[in-house]
Design a protein around this ligand. Sequence first.
Ligand code: PMP
Length: 379
Amino acid sequence: MPAYLDNAATTKPCEEAVKACLAAMTENYGNPSSLHKMGINAEIAVTEARKAIAAALVCQPECITFTSGATEANNTLILGAAENYGRRKKKAVISAVEHPSVEETAKLLEKNGFTVVRIAPMKNGEIDADEFAAAVDNDTFLVSCMMVNNETGAVMPIKRIFNTVKKLYPDCITHCDAVQGFMKLPIKAADLSADLITVSGHKVHAPKGVGAMYIKKGIRIAPRMIGGGQEKALRSGTEAVPLISAFGAAVRTQLPTIPTAYSNAEELNGRLRKKLAALDYITINSNADNQCPYILNFSVSGIRSEIMLHFLESKGIYVSSGSACSKGAHSGVLKAMGIPDKTADSAIRVSFSRMSSCGEIEALVTAVQEGYLSLAKSK
Ligand code: PMP
């Protein structure tokens, strides 16, 4: 049995998601825009999925728009907000550790004449809420901060940041990329003071290629995809009914057990942390507090990430290189935290899901020890 410990990259679709996806392809394959029964049934499937995502974010279903994933959602929300709210106000404040789908969009804003202020994380990986809020001013049309960092698992003080910003600048739009927190931490859109939230299906046991954006009532986002006017003209294109149904089914199934799954992840994380801490050649990069237990980032002294990753792979254990955002490219999150280059270059990211087990942790720890002994010797 392989030990799949790369769930922040993607998860295995759950049975309910696979069933819902299959049903939408084999039986319920109408176009939701068609006026006949087949079309209406497909539309009902999309409506039911929308209700499930809305229940998970504790909001009205009308606030949910389906997309092809979080990348599209982040692009649409930021650029669409800029179009409507960035005519006179020309500044955005984001964290310096955002996913490329936010960071690259921010760079595009800069190209178009906006100023983007990036707030660096503290040593523990968290963003300082006061520092973030202090960077916002009357000229700021948007703030964007992720809920959980995808490399370290650091939980960001979204509620504090957004509450402060909204108190001082009620017109400033607040956006949260909640991809790594969704279905792991309890989220209530209204509690967060978020105007815009991004989530993705494939991180929560749905298939790849589906995501959703929460848009608070009254907030106007200019669409990126125009055409047939689907999704209230916010995202034209025939709805991906199989993927959307699967996303809804996955979320519906997991919603009642978020706290139990969280406790399990905490136990796995604690167990792994303890075992790794006992090895003097390991540095744990994820902070112990304010940490999402589904992610643990550590470095193996003197062994480059890719080398250890492939050694672990040879033992049937799948992890990510801890500082790479896309194949081999360094994202700089660990460096932004002040972690030395050498340590960052040997970082490994382990990420759990509700399908992870103690056996996988044991296999990982044994393999890391074997890997260190054999790779350090061969250097
Ligand atoms: N934001 C974060 C924090 C992520 O971890 C990811 C996935 N790596 C994305 C956005 C992009 O999600 P998707 O693959 O659905 O486009």
